[in-house]
Design a protein around this ligand. Structure first.
Ligand code: URA
Length: 432
C-alpha cells in the first residue's frame, strides 16, 4: 500500500519514484481512494521537480491502465490517424481537420477535451451547436466512425478516467504547463483510443503552455518518444501561439469560423495550419500517398464541397444542427477601433485568452458554466496596417459591463507601431 503524503514529500524533495508507487498513486486517484487535495499537491511537486523519462512513461502507462482501451484500427479494419493540440487561443483546428480528412476517405475518430485555463477546448466549442452530443458510448463512437467516417467526442468515463480527473484538477491548480504532465495527458488518450499515427500540434508563444521554441521542442520530443515506444508514428507541428489562431475566439464564433474554413473562406493562418495538418494525416493514412498529394486532396475536398458535406453528416450524426442561424449569438456586440495609425506589431494571445474567459467563454473553476455565444472576432492581426478609428475587433458579450471590460482588455492586447513589422508564419518547425 502506498502513502500518498509520503510520495508527495519524496517528489517535493526531488526523488525519483518507483514505477509501482507512481502507478498505484494514479490508479488510486482514478478509483477515488486518493483525494483531489493530495493529487493537487503531487502535481505541484511535479511542476517544480519534474519527472524523469522513466517516470513520464510510467505515468502515461498508468493513465492508460486506469480505464479501457480500444483498438479502433482493428475494429474498423483500417489504419487510424489522430491529431491533438497542446492548447491555444482560437484553436479550432480539429473542427476543420476532421471533416476534410473524412471527406478524403480516411476515418477520423477523436477524443477531445474541454478548455484548460485561458485555452479553449474542442468539446466546449462543439457544445455550442444545439443538440450536439459529445458523450457517446464507446460502441456508439466506433459505429459512427465506421458509418459516418467521423466522430469527435469527450473522453468517455471508460477511457483514461485518470486523465479526465487530472485534467480538471490541473486546470484549477496552476499545474497545466509541465512537460511530463502534458505529455502523459495527451499521449495516454491517443494510445488508449488506438490511433496508429498521430499529428500533434504543439503551440508555442505567450498564449501557449510552452512559451519558447526550445520548450516546445522538448515537449514534442517527449511525446514522440512515448509514441514510438508504443509503436506509433508521431509528428509534431510547432505552431505560433503568440497571437490567437484565425480571427475568432469564443465557442460558437469558432464553430462558424471552422465551417467557413472548410468551405474555403477561412482566415489565411488558420487555413494554412488546417491544410498542413490534413496533408500530414493523409500521408500517414492507408491511402498510400505522400504529403504533397495529401495537401492536394485536402484542398480539393474544400473546393468541391465534399468537406462541407462531411461536416453536415457528422454534426447530424451527433444530434446537432448544421444550420448556422441556430448557433447562439451574444446580445451585445461592441467594435473597438485603433487609437492610432500604424502597423500591428503584436496581438497578445494570453491577454485575448484571459479576456475571453472574463467574457464567459472559458471556466475559472471546474464548476463554471460556459457562455457559448461570447467571444472576440479580430479584423486586424500582426503585420496589418491600420488607420486611427479603423475597427480592430468586435467583442461579443452578455452584458454592457462585460463588453466595457473586454474592450479595454482586447485593446491592451494590441501593440501598434509606426514601422512595418515582419510577421512570423503559423508553422514554425516540424519535429519527427
Ligand atoms: N491538452 C491535453 O490533452 N492535456 C494537457 O495536459 C494539455 C493540453
Amino acid at each position: 500500500m502506498i502513502r500518498p503524503a509520503e510520495l508527495i514529500q519524496r517528489k517535493r524533495d526531488g526523488e525519483e519514484l518507483r514505477a509501482d508507487e507512481l502507478t498505484e498513486l494514479i490508479l488510486g486517484y482514478a478509483r477515488g481512494d486518493v483525494p483531489d487535495y493530495q493529487m493537487a499537491a503531487f502535481c505541484m511537486a511535479v511542476f517544480f521537480r519534474g519527472l524523469s523519462e522513466r517516470e513520464t512513461s510510467t505515468l502515461t502507462e498508468a493513465m492508460v491502465a486506469s480505464g479501457e482501451t480500444i483498438d479502433l484500427g482493428g475494429l474498423l479494419g483500417r489504419k487510424v490517424v489522430d491529431k491533438h493540440s497542446t492548447g491555444g487561443v482560437g484553436d479550432k483546428t480539429s473542427l476543420a481537420v476532421g471533416p476534410i480528412v473524412a471527406a478524403c476517405g480516411v476515418p477520423f475518430g477523436k477524443m477531445s477535451g474541454r478548455g484548460l485555463g485561458h485555452t479553449g477546448g474542442t468539446l466546449d466549442k462543439l457544445e455550442s451547436i444545439p443538440g450536439f452530443r459529445t458523450e457517446l458510448s464507446l460502441d456508439e463512437f466506433v459505429a459512427q466512425v465506421r458509418d459516418v467516417g467521423l466522430a469527435i467526442v469527450g473522453q468517455t468515463a471508460d477511457l483514461v478516467p485518470a486523465d479526465k480527473l487530472l485534467y480538471g484538477l490541473r486546470d484549477v491548480t496552476a499545474t497545466v504547463d509541465q512537460i511530463s504532465l502534458i505529455s502523459a495527458s495527451i499521449m495516454s488518450k491517443k494510445l488508449a483510443a488506438g490511433a496508429q499515427a498521430i499529428v500533434l500540434d504543439v503551440k508555442v508563444g505567450n498564449g501557449a503552455f510552452m512559451k519558447t521554441v526550445e520548450d516546445a521542442r522538448r515537449l514534442a520530443e517527449t511525446m514522440i518518444a512515448i509514441g514510438n515506444h508504443e509503436g506509433r508514428e508521431v509528428t509534431c507541428l510547432l505552431t505560433d501561439m503568440d497571437q490567437p489562431l484565425g480571427a475568432a475566439v469564443g465557442n460558437a464564433l469558432e464553430v462558424r469560423e471552422a465551417r467557413d474554413t472548410i468551405r474555403g473562406h477561412g482566415p489565411a493562418d488558420f487555413t494554412e495550419l488546417v491544410l498542413t495538418a490534413c496533408a500530414r494525416l493523409l500521408a500517414y493514412s492507408d491511402l498510400g500517398i505522400d504529403e504533397v498529394e495529401g495537401r492536394r486532396r485536402a484542398e480539393a475536398a474544400v473546393a468541391d464541397g465534399s468537406a462541407d458535406g462531411a461536416w453536415q453528416r457528422w454534426i447530424e450524426a451527433q444530434g446537432g444542427t448544421h444550420d448556422e442561424d441556430a448557433l447562439p449569438a451574444a446580445p451585445v456586440v461592441r467594435t473597438l477601433a485603433s487609437p492610432e495609425d500604424g502597423f500591428v506589431s503584436s496581438l497578445s494571445a494570453i491577454t485575448v485568452g484571459n479576456a475571453a474567459v472574463h467574457l464567459g467563454a472559458g471556466r475559472r473553476t471546474k464548476e463554471d458554466q460556459i457562455d457559448h455565444a461570447v467571444g472576440i472576432v479580430f479584423h486586424a492581426k500582426r503585420g496589418d496596417q491600420v488607420e486611427q478609428g479603423q475597427p480592430l475587433a468586435d467583442v461579443h458579450a452578455a452584458t454592457e459591463a462585460a463588453a466595457d471590460f473586454a474592450v479595454r482588455e482586447v485593446l491592451s492586447a494590441y501593440t501598434v507601431q509606426n514601422v512595418p513589422v515582419r510577421t512570423r508564419p503559423v508553422l514554425l518547425e516540424v519535429v519527427g
